[in-house]
Design a protein around this ligand. Structure first.
Ligand SMILES: Cc1ncc(COP(=O)(O)OP(=O)(O)O)c(N)n1
Ligand SMILES: Cc1nc(C(=O)O)sc1CCOP(=O)(O)O
Ligand SMILES: [Mg+2]
Length: 208
């Protein structure tokens, strides 16, 4: 399975009232991964929404990833993204099986990425590369780190944090495989614009 392209991440506040419509629009735009990121404790709603997203993803062959919650991912037989305080990778891999996509937040640290690779991650994520409206407090990462990581790591590399159509090209040129975006996609005024932006971000991989 090739992990390359646009990695759309949901935001429950930003998508209020248009959640499924905008996700469908992103899928129409050809996203590779969709992350369900909901920071609430409403387990029933989280299960319902994640199930719906899995159904939506299926005909597009896009992969659903659950943020933070390996148990929910196991329940739905989909992937998970784990940050440094979201639980260890090794038991998540044992729980989800060898084929599951498991991502790991590595901030700006090659050491964390090496460790994630040893512990069975499917991809590593570095960020934030630019100022982020979604997560303004995220710690910064530099494009130099990205080229070092690319030279050393065999795993796909996701980049995140304030990524837009205007700033993403250098990240792809330095070896990013996955452009993880919230606002640059789902902050659009219309569903048609979500699709257009997803296509335009995808097109950056064709010229790289
Ligand atoms: C693709 C991707 N990269 C990084 C993150 C951030 O994960 P984390 O540090 O656990 O922070 P939260 O997203 O849980 O607030 C991510 N979700 N996805
Ligand atoms: C969830 C998240 N994690 C980050 C990190 O740096 O680890 S930045 C971020 C938010 C990404 O949203 P946007 O594309 O709107 O900036
Ligand atoms: Mg997390």
């Amino acid at each position: 399975m090739k992990l390359r392209g646009v990695y759309a991440i949901t935001d429950s506040q930003l998508l209020a009232g248009k959640f499924l419509k905008y996700v469908q629009a992103a899928l129409d735009g050809g996203i590779t991964l969709l992350q369900y990121r909901d920071k609430s404790n409403d387990e029933a709603r989280r299960l319902r929404e994640a199930e719906k997203l899995r159904q939506l993803c299926e005909p597009y062959k896009a992969h659903l990833i659950i943020n933070d919650d390996a148990e929910l991912a196991a329940r739905l037989n989909v992937g998970v993204h784990l940050g440094q305080t979201d639980g260890p990778l090794t038991p998540a891999r044992a729980l989800l099986g060898r084929k599951a996509i498991i991502g790991s937040t590595c901030h700006a640290s090659l050491d964390l990425a090496r460790q994630a690779a040893r512990e069975g991650a499917s991809y590593v994520a570095f960020g934030r590369f630019f100022a982020s409206q979604t997560k303004p407090g995220a710690s910064p990462a530099s494009i130099e780190l990205l080229s070092q990581a690319r030279a050393e790591l065999k795993l796909p590399i996701a980049v995140i944090g304030g990524i837009t159509l205007d700033n993403a090209a250098p990240l792809v040129a330095q070896g990013a495989d996955l452009l993880a975006v919230v606002h640059a996609l789902f902050g659009a005024d219309t569903a048609q614009e979500v699709t257009r932006r997803a296509r335009a971000l995808n097109a950056l991989f064709e010229t790289a």
